[in-house]
Design a binder for this molecule. Sequence first.
Ligand code: C5P
Length: 414
Amino acid sequence: MGLLLMTLSGKRVLLIIGGGIAAYKSLELIREIKKRGGSFRVILTKAGAEFVTPLSVSSLSGEKVYTDLFSLTDEAEMGHIELSRWANLVVVAPATADLLAKLAQGLSNDLASTALLATDKRVLVAPAMNVRMWTHAATTRNVAQLQKDGVLFVGPDDGEMACGEYGPGRMAEPLAIADVIEKILGGKSLRKGPLSGKHVLVTSGPTHEPIDPVRYIANRSSGKQGHAIAAAAAEAGAEVTLISGPVSIPDPVGVKVIHVETAAAMLASVQKALPADLAIFCAAVADWRVKSVAGEKIKKTKGAPPPALALEANPDILATIAGMKKGRPSLVLGFAAETYDVLTHAKSKLATKGCDVIVANDVGAGTGVMGGDKNTVHLVSKQGVETWPTLSKTEVAGRLIAHFSKILPKKGTK
Ligand code: C5P
């Protein structure tokens, strides 16, 4: 007997089975996810139930199958919102032309489409349809929109179709879908590239430092630049760990994401994720935290002065890692968001933090960098200053990764 690897253990998949002849292959996919230790819930669309019965799905999965948006028992047990939030990943297999169109348009007129609209998790679709439907202008438009929205695709494959035609439109094989699920959830890069075999660590977003259970101190940060860097590193074949503060953008694909709130938790997660070849500290870490966090909400009392907050310094994550005597990543990059004298501040930061490069950017009022999609950066190192033109944050990320993958020593930690 082969070695059974529980590669999906602790992972939760919400599987949506659409109405297509390929639905029978989804039964195989259920077995595969189960074999790899993953837990799952299944939504079967009305059309899907024409091809496989709820009974066969639930017998195989050992789980209840959800079919109806307006079912009192389904909603009472686990409502559609809860169902989509429970999952780490939503997988639509087979994804029919109709389901893709609904998802692209944001329609929600049944349980499957409502769960897809309600989810805040990544969505992987395995399209399956007749070749003419797949190549139709409307489907092409919908697919382009979904890719722009960050929906992930596996397949369709080329081949003989149930309808007798030949071409793209066959659903990817269950084993291939399960492998992609594993890569997405396991943070394994989906590609080979210049960073294959390297581990890249990225921090992103703000940190929240609690004052009491409802209030906190934070820096402004959308996480867009850091997340784009993590995505670019995964695209380049790296194994990526992204340690993110609270942000409202989705997790990048093929990246292991650790969500944290405070600077202390961010530092602990960074240390736990080491060793790394390249570490990029993009997070806007709060410099201070409240010395003693109130256990209950601090009440506003009429006439009383506002509470005086005693603060203490947070650890400097970048300086801590850059200063490691043993096990320091080969390359350590810091960011410097400044509102004036950008280069002067960046140069002094390079020295005080002990990192190899400071990526400096002007975030002053009127630049639109904060929360925006564009960035103008200067690479400040011992070798001097290199200024790049204004680029989108995605382009900055791609260029940074391309630039530093050339400099990294060939031997990786992974
Ligand atoms: O000191 P300042 O916040 O301007 O430095 C910016 C750089 O230092 C960024 O790379 C940021 O991620 C990092 N940093 C850190 N821990 C802190 C403060 C900043 O890692 N406590």
